[in-house]
Design a protein around this ligand. Structure first.
Ligand code: SF4
Ligand code: SF4
Length: 81
């Protein structure tokens, strides 16, 4: 089953909670600033993601979305194998 994994960088405030809970060390904080002036998280090692959803659960700003490929409706969603 293919999934779309998305971090909305403009919702992210760079708190790093998702980075700290990821069991596969997938996430990092970007060096590029977002529209709110924060450094957002991104999937630095997307190939290692097991879609456990821990990052989604922990994010206080609901910036992370994982949905089945069939449900990918947004053009900025990235397909994860
Ligand atoms: S879904 Fe799980 S493995 Fe993938 S980035 Fe989030 S916490 Fe890490
Ligand atoms: S937990 Fe949410 S707000 Fe915090 S760095 Fe991760 S995506 Fe951004």
């Amino acid at each position: 089953m293919a999934y779309c994994y998305t971090i909305d960088s403009d919702l992210c405030k760079g708190c790093g909670l998702c980075v700290s809970v990821c069991p596969k060390d997938v996430l990092e904080i970007s060096n590029e600033i977002n529209t709110k002036g924060y450094y957002p998280a991104y999937q630095a090692r997307a190939q290692d993601c097991i879609r456990c959803t821990m990052c989604c659960i922990m994010c206080p700003d609901v910036a992370i979305t994982i949905v089945k490929k069939d449900e990918c409706g947004q053009p900025n969603m990235v397909e994860a194998k």
